[in-house]
Design a protein around this ligand. Structure first.
Ligand code: DGT
Ligand code: MG
Length: 240
């Protein structure tokens, strides 16, 4: 659905349709195919809002978002939604089996693909311990899953579609460091461009680029080492 998964923001500003308040101001950056971008910033700084502009959950107010050099407005919305795997901040499960929850949005997914996605999302072992494994019902009236388990199911749902661009909105917040490391390792073989909103410096350190948002503007951009040199705010976050 998408060719390479390159993403470029050009002078992007954004405010929500019903509001005048600018949430993002004049953002410019680009991420090459297969690279990982970690997005950091305090609550309300605009991280989730930035995410939403790529699959066009919202449209920019000014500027352009390009995917593979083409304005996202010029893609059929289906191509964007199928080529971009968005894992939302709050994992959403619906009433149905584990398999159905993972394959949601991907018609014709076979069990093998579902299990592989679950393994990569580090949820397979947990699923095997459930009463009916992949046929176990979750959601309302189903078994209860922890926040971290829901997050990983929701990551598996994105992976089964083999996205060219993967966007994780704080999706690893409930994972311990070891599980998160395994997950990030498993993501490598997907070779997708990855945006990862995170609070963890350990995750940011692994990324090709770090974007530090402050009140809707880019406070700093670079690698961990570069930001240690150039951004007092980043240093403060590292030390906290
Ligand atoms: P988080 O998730 O608490 O770490 O915060 P961020 O960085 O994801 O922030 P974000 O993008 O959700 O919010 C940025 C600003 O936009 C904040 O002032 C709240 C506002 N905002 C978020 N969602 C909406 C919305 O649906 N409508 C309006 N009018 N404003 C919104
Ligand atoms: Mg957010």
């Amino acid at each position: 659905f998408l060719e390479k998964g390159e993403v470029e923001f050009k002078n992007v500003s954004f405010s929500y349709p019903e509001s005048e308040v600018p949430v993002l101001q004049n953002l410019s950056f680009s991420v090459k195919s297969g690279e990982t971008l970690a997005i950091l910033g305090s609550t309300g700084s605009g991280k989730t809002s930035l995410f939403q502009l790529v699959p066009r959950l919202y449209d920019v107010s000014e500027g352009e978002v390009l995917v593979d050099g083409k304005n996202v407005r010029d893609y059929p919305i289906e191509a964007l939604r199928k080529g971009i795997g968005v894992v939302p901040q709050e994992a959403v499960l619906f009433t149905g089996s584990i398999s159905e929850n993972i394959s949601w949005g991907k018609e014709g997914a076979v069990q093998e693909e579902i299990v592989q996605a679950a393994k990569d999302a580090q949820i397979h072992e947990t699923v095997l311990k459930l009463p009916n494994q992949y046929d176990t019902r979750v959601g309302q009236r189903g078994v209860n899953l922890s926040g971290g388990q829901k997050q990983r199911l929701s990551i598996a749902r994105a992976l089964v579609r083999k996205p060219k661009i993967l966007m994780l909105d704080d999706s690893t917040s409930a994972l311990d460091l070891k599980t998160e490391a395994k997950l990030l390792e498993a993501l490598r073989k997907y070779a997708c461009t990855t945006f990862i909103i995170t609070q963890k410096i350990s995750t940011a350190m692994e990324a090709d680029h770090i974007l530090l948002l402050d009140d809707g503007s880019i406070e700093a951009w670079g690698t961990h080492e570069e930001l240690l040199e150039t951004s007092p705010l980043y240093v403060k976050i590292v030390q906290s």
